[in-house]
Write a protein that binds this ligand. Structure first.
Ligand SMILES: Cc1cc2nc3c(=O)[nH]c(=O)nc-3n(C[C@H](O)[C@H](O)[C@H](O)COP(=O)(O)O)c2cc1C
Length: 405
């Protein structure tokens, strides 16, 4: 039997030491998030269900999205030991400009729906993190307003081509004149994917007032207060609204575009051009031959064609086919800094994330996006240290492989 005694008060003190006290619920919520998945859980409580589902959901059975995420579970890292990893440099060069991480905030439509702070808050975080951010054609902040809000960010403009070609050219010109550096043409959306959660939720733009909406106002008063007390939620470029996002896409997007359209785009845009939504070696080669500076291997986060090919699995064959003729970015299912490092080791120049920062945005506005960026950076840095690699440029196929299952 051990000898028992009464502890002295000084011996109890270490147990009573508390962490930082977060008085504000948002701070508390964000400080408690140790992963992007935690931000996702926090987001779920903050916004109406239809908004969460619009962001979180994908097309049809959501198999594309699930497979994209599962592919990262197949990554097997190959760590080296006894290397000096006291300093890790995550910086790299993306389309000729230094970026502090091999990470780009992807274009996402309707961002002010997730939080009233919207695109400017995402841009501010990107600027502070030193990474690029792409504004969507379906954005809720105009190109000019975004540049005014974040003049020192590396901003790219994402273009959809719709049936009024003159207006498309005019929009691209506007973005270039405003100061956007690169143009992303998204080519995987000739028509809208079937986002069934939106259909089941009756999700429309603007939201329609129904009994369900009224119940939701009671459940998420903060989100509704923000919505009703700030500028009305609308597309910054399109005047067309009414119906679902899919209705809008099907009504105005141009399904006739072909690779020949890249040449007039070249005439319109004198900066780097990125083609987003490439899923095969053949299309990668075709757009690079047509002059693309970079491609994004992407299935739109699983929001378009369900059961489409998995971006991470396309990376090696596409890199082998195009070599260093163009930069390669990959997206879909990236939810941690270690996913980012894995993709770079497997051949990507950088990755894009959509939902990862949108979960942060829904969970806590700009501070939530900042928390997402911080988590991704810390995880990436730790993964590099554990891998025994101190510079992004030293990552290669010897650091990671894809297991069969
Ligand atoms: C809510 C939401 C809206 C999106 N809107 C656009 C868009 O307007 N244009 C575009 O090219 N891609 C859009 N995407 C796709 C993203 O750019 C990106 O390809 C995708 O989110 C990557 O997958 P991840 O969310 O798993 O990171 C959107 C994605 C989400 C989640």
């Amino acid at each position: 039997m051990p000898h028992r005694r009464v502890p002295r008060p000084s011996e109890l003190r270490p147990y009573l030491r508390t962490g930082p006290v977060h008085l504000w619920p948002t701070e508390r919520r964000l400080a408690g998030a140790a992963t992007i998945w935690d931000l996702r859980s926090a987001a779920r409580g903050q916004v109406p269900r239809a908004v969460f589902d619009y962001t979180d959901g994908a097309a049809e059975t959501e198999t594309s999205l699930q497979r994209s995420r599962d592919a990262f579970k197949r990554v097997e890292f190959v760590p080296r030991v006894l290397r000096d990893v006291s300093h890790v440099d995550l910086s790299t060069t993306i389309l000729g400009r230094r970026s502090e991480m091999p990470l780009i905030f992807a274009p996402t439509g309707f961002t002010r729906l997730m939080h009233a702070e919207g695109e400017p808050s995402v841009g501010r975080v990107a600027a502070r993190a030193g990474i690029p951010y792409a504004l969507s054609t379906l954005g809720t902040t105009s190109p000019e307003d975004l540049i005014a809000a974040v003049p020192d960010a590396d901003l790219w403009f994402q273009l959809y081509i719709w049936n009024d070609r003159d207006a498309v050219v005019e929009l691209a010109r506007r973005a270039r004149v405003a100061g956007f550096r690169a143009l992303i043409l998204t080519v995987d959306t000739p028509v809208a994917g079937a986002r069934l959660r939106d259909v089941h939720n009756g999700f429309t733009i603007p939201p329609t007032l129904s009994v369900r909406t009224l119940i939701d106002i009671a459940l998420h008063p903060g989100w509704w207060f923000d919505k009703l007390s700030t500028e009305p939620l609308q597309f910054a470029v399109f005047t067309e609204t009414g119906g679902t996002v899919a209705d809008l896409i099907n009504r105005v997007f141009d399904p006739t575009i072909t690779i020949a359209d890249l040449s007039w785009l070249r005439d319109t845009w004198d900066g780097p051009i990125v083609i987003k939504g490439i899923q095969t070696v053949e299309d990668a080669c075709a757009v690079v031959d047509a002059g693309a500076d970079a491609i994004v291997i992407s299935n739109h986060g699983g929001r378009q064609l369900d059961r489409a090919s998995t971006p991470l699995e396309q990376l090696a064959p596409i890199r082998a086919a195009i070599g260093r003729r163009a930069e390669i970015f990959v997206d879909g299912g990236i939810l941690s800094g270690s996913d980012m490092i894995a993709a770079v080791a497997l051949g990507a120049d950088a990755v894009m994330v959509g939902r990862a920062y949108l979960y942060g945005l829904m969970a806590g506005g700009e501070r939530g996006v900042a928390r997402a960026a911080e988590l991704l950076r810390k995880e990436a840095s730790r993964t590099m240290q554990l891998l025994g690699v101190s510079r992004v440029s030293d990552l290669d196929g010897s650091n990671a492989r894809l297991r069969d299952r």
